[in-house]
Design a protein around this ligand. Sequence first.
Ligand code: GRG
Length: 293
Amino acid sequence: MFPVQEELAQYACKVDLRLAELIPDADPETKVISEAMRYAVLGGGKRIRPYLVFAFSRLSSGDPAVALDFGCALETVHSYSLVHDDLPAMDNDVLRRGKPTCHVAYGEANAILAGDGLLTRAFGVLSESGAPAETIRRAVAELSYAAGYAGMVGGQTLDIATEGKPVTRETLTKLQRLKTGALIRCACRLGCISGGVYGGELFDAADVYAEKIGLAFQVIDDILDGTGDPALLGKSVGKDEASGKTTWLSLLGKDGASAFAEELTRAAADAVKPYDGEGRLASLADLLLHRKK
Ligand code: GRG
């Protein structure tokens, strides 16, 4: 089996170091925002999305430095989404990545601004990555699409609109494909784009892999919310059941949801088999299936 856990841990350290360089402390009068941004983005995240960029960048023979910056840009968007998702107006969570959430630590207004700062910084990071102009253009378009109303923001909108109402399996799949899946697909695509691959068989295989692991990721997230250990997860659990939310756990039960996640994981590995000689992508899908946090 490919040693994906070790490689992911090493890559996460690289991502942390690079993010610290890309988001330096600003001038003293606005330091509270750069501090809140660094608080939200540094330390604690699994860095799965940057690792996906790295893995697909290898397959497209991309420049590793460009892939790292593309992954960091995506991680700043992911971190902004967590900051805003935790706000009182949204999920009203007090714990994230084992620490008080950004608004608890810095106040609500600063948390909103820190999220805004992270989102906008992402596009600066892509633009300054040193990649060819066409590669940057494609990466900016891809990230903007995935993070925006046709992607993650749209998914969050659906999530809020369906709050407290039972939803069908189809609606749940759509909601999660947008809310969580869009950034995961963007990660795989940015990896391809970093090596100048803008379409074709590898790009299509990356899309199928992303779709399958994205949904499996969410199924596991639902199982962990219902049965996971809050100390290990670094966030509160049991909120889905308490709020009567439709999840994969409530739709399929624990065994059914686990079987579904396994099926998706197998399908993900199959989709990239021709490119995955080392087994990195299959091992990553398997690691995500068995994650405890
Ligand atoms: C506020 C516009 C806006 C969007 C929020 C991402 C999101 C949309 C909400 C997060 C809520 C949530 C718990 C979703 C489940 C899947 C998910 C994205 C989990 C967190 O991602 P991980 O596990 O987190 O990769 P780390 O901390 O490892 O980076």
